[in-house]
Design a protein around this ligand. Sequence first.
Ligand code: ZN
Length: 344
Amino acid sequence: MTICGTDTARTLACRDGNAATTLKLISMFVIFFTSVIGISAPVMLARVFHGKPLYDKVILVIKCFAAGVILSTSLVHVLPDAYDALADCQVSSQHPWKDFPFSGLVTLVGVLTALLVDLTATSHVDGYSHGHGHGHGGEHGEKVGYTRIGEDEELKKTTVVEIEVVEAAEERRRLKEEEMVKMKQRMVSQVLEIGIIFHSVIIGVTMGMSQNKCTIKPLVAALAFHQIFEGMGLGGCIAQAGFKLGTTAYMCVMFSITTPMGIVLGMILFSMTGYDDSNPNALIMEGLLGSLSSGILIYMGLVDLIALDFFHNKLMSSETWLKKTSFLALVLGSTSMSILALWA
Ligand SMILES: [Zn+2]
């Protein structure tokens, strides 16, 4: 059996269970409040600008910042953590794990799964509008047949009615399309929330299990900013998707309590097992789930957020300054989240 890592004098001096517990309790409150601030800021901002002419543009810029945060979360936080978990000497000395780069493979599976879900959802939408169009065509034919029998007066009336029918159908189709776009945005926000929450729970559990007061102290500040940026990323998507107030509140609360809950879970795990480093099975689970959620987040960040906003948004293609501002927001979001990877 391989012996993995030894405690140096410095880490031994830092081991202080009581000081660590106090720090964890403080950090639970700090992290909860910063999460609430982070996720509600874009939601509030969207409410303030609601109905104003700038609304769509503000939402778009927030969304691009969010896309940057999410892309950086997946590439700079979740994926390297997953690699590390599987590269841990307890795992990488075992049989299948040392033979193949599993994190990369599972990330790929995540990307392809996200694409498959996207394709299935979109083909459903296409199928619906196609069928709808056919139904309308049949209706139209009947009307024409009827007018041929009728008199002049009757013909005029029917034409007017027909135009109204066509307009109403057009309006219905447009509303349906808008509804579908909103539905897609809601689905994307929910999947993003799950992906981001996964990372929040992991960092919470890691902190909760740690008995090292020297590493917890800087971690509290880092996690506070971490939750603010991730919250803004998620909040930006939630704001655009236009959920009902109850659902918005539920999603915000869920995001805000996950890291504190993770800390509690980590503390329980430590008190039960007495070990502050994870066992190989937990590391394997963390590595595989992390790779999978990272793949999903990468796909959604690039395809559902960035490509959709930069190439398929009419607002964006009409104004150059908006494109520049959005790109800057994207870079700003990725940079700030990437810098945080120094600590957590
Ligand atoms: Zn992180």
